[in-house]
Design a protein around this ligand. Structure first.
Ligand SMILES: *Cc1c(COP(=O)(O)O)cnc(C)c1O
Length: 231
């Protein structure tokens, strides 16, 4: 576990290295409320979590904490099971890991019940390894069409998200990111407008490449909070 001072220093140095148009999502999965507070003290307000239950517990606590005056935003970035949607929608400002149409339908319904509008990213599978994200172009395009047609009025399409393959091969990583950027451009061309505005791509090990390929949001965990004690 890193000292709070180290977490603050990491946030500052990463922030200073990012271009002005690239947002930083601090991925706090497996880290404690105290570690998250250290990041908040350094001015960080946007956080990413993978698991809904864990996010729910930590961010409910943070949002009740009277010593925190900043407006904390939470993005769910991990694979989302349908039975967790209700809780996810309650706690999150954005769900970045939408990877099937059924999930959009469930998110719409949950938001409707809460009278809340939520941002989403559509997660696209761009690498070789089997990983989460739409791999079927047809289903992805159907989601985009339905969002554009206003069939999910409580859901705002914010952008596309991807994870590059876990490899040392920089070429493959770059390919994965450029694939996402090309997809965004293709979709915006089809709709003759900036329907897709953001690209969430880049993690601790590859965010510099992601920025070169047009990322507008990097999701960084390890380089801020240190190694996770995953079980
Ligand atoms: C864990 C995770 C990250 C952060 O990974 P680091 O390598 O620790 O920076 C980013 N995106 C997703 C989807 C993740 O699950």
């Amino acid at each position: 576990m890193l000292e709070n001072e180290q977490i603050r220093a990491n946030i500052n140095s990463i922030k200073n290295s990012l271009p002005g148009n690239v947002a930083l999502c601090a991925v706090s999965k497996f880290h404690t409320v105290d570690e998250i507070k250290a990041a908040i003290e350094a001015g960080q307000t946007l956080f990413g979590e993978n698991r809904v239950q864990e996010a729910y517990e930590k961010f409910s606590e943070l949002r009740k904490d009277p010593s925190i005056t900043a407006d904390i935003k939470l993005h769910i970035i991990g694979q989302l099971q349908s039975n967790k949607v209700k809780k996810a929608v309650e706690i999150a400002d954005c769900i970045q890991s939408v990877d099937r149409i059924e999930l959009l339908e469930k998110i719409e319904k949950a938001c409707q019940n809460l009278d809340k509008t939520i941002d989403v990213y559509l997660e696209v599978h761009t690498g070789e390894e089997s990983k989460s994200g739409f791999s079927c172009d047809a289903e992805l395009m159907e989601c985009i069409k339905k969002l554009n047609d206003g069939l999910f009025p409580h859901v705002r399409l914010s952008g596309l998200m991807t994870m590059a393959p876990f490899t040392d091969n920089e070429c493959l990583i770059r390919q994965s990111f450029s694939k996402l950027r090309n997809l965004k451009e293709k979709i915006n061309e089809i709709y003759s407008k900036d329907l897709i505005q953001n690209l969430s791509m880049g993690m601790s090990g590859d965010y510099r490449i992601a920025i070169e390929e047009g990322s507008s949001m990097v999701r960084i965990g390890t380089a801020i909070f240190g190694i996770r004690n995953n079980i």
